[in-house]
Design a protein around this ligand. Structure first.
Ligand code: SAH
Length: 291
C-alpha cells in the first residue's frame, strides 16, 4: 500500500458483490475465530435482513451482523434434535421469496461436510438466486491453529478428509478402509469423537501402525481450543481421559509431529518450539522438488 493511502471497509466492500433482495448467500463462517471470516461473508452479515445460522457459528461472528438483521438459529440446542434439513431449506426459500436478503451461515466451509450442496440444490429447484461464499474449513484452518500443516513436503503429499459419521450410527460403509489406510499418509477426520473407538480400531485392522502419531483438536481457533497429542492405539482412551469435547478433529499422520516446532499458540504461552525437527522428519528421505 502506498504511503498515505486511506483504505476503509466501505471502499473494500464497494468493489464486491451485494447481497440483494430475494437472494440467498450460502456462506462459511470459518472454524471459530471471527477474524477468519472472509470479507464477503462480513459484507453479507452487514447487509442481511435475516441470518440463518448453525450451532457451530460462534457469537463473535454473529456480533458482526448489522442492526437490522434477524438472527435465526437452525442447529442443535440443549440436546434437542436439529431442525430438519427440509425445514431449513424451505425457510430459506420462504425468506427469499418474501424479498429478504438472506444469509445462510455455516461453520467452516459450507460445502465441506455441511450439507451446503443439498441446500443449494433446493434453492435451484425453487429458482432462488444464490451465491456460495467459501469459508475456512476446520480440517485445514483448525489444524493451522494447532500448528499442524495439513500438508508438508517432508511428511505427506496427499491428505484425505473423512467424516466419522455413517448413516446408521456406525462408520461410513462406502469407504474402502483398507485402501484408504494404505494410500493416504494423512487422514483428517471430522465428526469423529463419538466414533473414535470404532474408527481407530478400524484403522488398526486396516494396517495403520499402533504407534502412529495422532492429534485431536477440540474447539480449534476459539479461546477454548485444546490439542491432544497421542497415538493411534491410545487415542480413544486418551480422549476419554482428557475429556475432549466436540467439535473436534482427529488427525492421523506424521504431519502432526510438526506441531513440536510449529505450535505458535503454545509459543505465545511459553512453549519452547523445536526448530530442528530432524528427529521427527524422517532422515534420508529426500523431499520432492518444488512445492
Ligand atoms: N463445514 C464445517 C464442518 C461441519 S461438520 C467445516 O468446513 O469445518 C462438523 C465437524 O466439523 C465437527 O464435528 C468437527 O469435527 C469439525 N469442526 C468444526 N469446527 C471445529 C472447530 N472449531 N474445532 C474442531 N473441529 C471443528
Amino acid at each position: 500500500m502506498s504511503a498515505g493511502k486511506q483504505i476503509t471497509l466501505n471502499t473494500i466492500f464497494a468493489g464486491m458483490a451485494d447481497l440483494e433482495s430475494g437472494w440467498v448467500w450460502l456462506a462459511g463462517a470459518g472454524p471459530g475465530d471471527p477474524g477468519l471470516v472472509s470479507l464477503l461473508t462480513l459484507k453479507a452479515l452487514q447487509q442481511a435482513d435475516v441470518v440463518v445460522y448453525d450451532a457451530l457459528v460462534g457469537q463473535g461472528v454473529l456480533d458482526m451482523a448489522g442492526e437490522q438483521a434477524v438472527l435465526e438459529f437452525a442447529g442443535k440446542r440443549g440436546g434437542q434434535p436439529s431442525a430438519k434439513q427440509a425445514d431449513i431449506s424451505d425457510r430459506l426459500v420462504q425468506h427469499a421469496t418474501s424479498g429478504k436478503k438472506v444469509l445462510r451461515l455455516k461453520g467452516g466451509d459450507p460445502f465441506v461436510f455441511g450439507r451446503g450442496g443439498e441446500e443449494a440444490r433446493h434453492l435451484v429447484e425453487a429458482k432462488i438466486p444464490f451465491r456460495v461464499v467459501p469459508g475456512i474449513t476446520a480440517g485445514i484452518g483448525g489444524l493451522a491453529y494447532a500448528g499442524i500443516p495439513v500438508t508438508d513436503r517432508h511428511t505427506n503429499s496427499a491428505v484425505t478428509f473423512l467424516t466419522g459419521h455413517g448413516e446408521d450410527g456406525g462408520l461410513s460403509k462406502d469407504i474402502d478402509w483398507d485402501a484408504l489406510a494404505k494410500s493416504s499418509p494423512v487422514i483428517v477426520v471430522y465428526m469423529a469423537l463419538s466414533r473414535i473407538k470404532q474408527m481407530t480400531e478400524q484403522f488398526l485392522r486396516s494396517g495403520r501402525r499402533p504407534d502412529e502419531a495422532v492429534a485431536v483438536i477440540s474447539k480449534a481457533s476459539t479461546p477454548d481450543q485444546r490439542v491432544l497429542e497421542t497415538t493411534l492405539a491410545r487415542a480413544a482412551e486418551d480422549v476419554a481421559k482428557a475429556k475432549m469435547v466436540a467439535p473436534a478433529m482427529i488427525v492421523l499422520g506424521e504431519n502432526t509431529k510438526l506441531r513440536a516446532g510449529l505450535d505458535w499458540q503454545g509459543a505465545m504461552a511459553g512453549r519452547i518450539l523445536d526448530a530442528d525437527l530432524s528427529g521427527i522428519i524422517p532422515q534420508g528421505k529426500v523431499p520432492p522438488k518444488g512445492c
